[in-house]
Design a protein around this ligand. Structure first.
Ligand code: PNS
Length: 169
């Protein structure tokens, strides 16, 4: 026991949700920053069955686990359903999202308000590192598919997986 911060102090939890198809340096930056603010950060790969990804959910989880291994308090999981239910089941009061530009804001605000109305969960927006303000998984896939260099935009492991997957096509 260390004074008021006893074993009974509940862990502060947050979730970083997304499709992560695949994880980029922009996602990693947000996850790393969240991991410094919370005791436990759940990275939730949300399953959208109507969207066929380049990587399977298991492959995305595997890549995420490897590239977040250095953060001892990050837990990678997948979920099929509403984000608020993921949060409820794990007693997570906060969603952490990166905001790249004002163009992100409209939809992110709608989701934040919907999620708050559904369950009271709060959304905290973290301004994206300007280095990654243009970055998205979709653009990375498109550029890589046409042979463009994305080595500065994704971790080396993801680059390897992308090159291999796109080479199979
Ligand atoms: O990486 P993405 O695709 O921009 O992430 C969007 C995601 C997965 C976070 C969002 O679509 C989501 O939360 N989906 C889970 C289903 C859900 O809760 N929908 C209602 C949102 S208000």
């Amino acid at each position: 026991m260390n004074g008021p911060e006893s074993e009974e102090t509940p862990l502060r939890r947050a979730v970083c949700p997304g499709s992560f198809d695949p994880v980029t340096n922009g996602h990693l930056d947000i996850i790393a920053r969240a991991s410094r603010l919370y005791d436990v950060v759940h990275v939730a790969v949300m399953i959208n069955q109507s969207k066929k990804g380049l990587f399977t959910v298991d492959e995305r989880i595997d890549l995420l686990r490897q590239v977040t291994a250095e953060y001892g308090n990050v837990k990678v999981e997948s979920f099929h359903g509403l984000l608020v239910d993921f949060c409820k089941q794990r007693d997570i009061p906060a969603i952490v999202k990166g905001l790249r530009a004002v163009s992100d804001f409209d939809y992110e605000l709608q989701m934040a308000q919907m999620n708050n109305g559904l369950s009271g969960v709060e959304t905290l927006f973290v301004p994206t590192n300007p280095t990654y303000s243009f970055l998205s998984s979709s653009l990375v896939k498109e550029v890589a598919a046409w042979g463009g260099d994305v080595s500065h935009l994704v971790p080396p492991l993801v680059l390897e997986a992308l090159t291999e997957r796109l080479g199979e096509r």
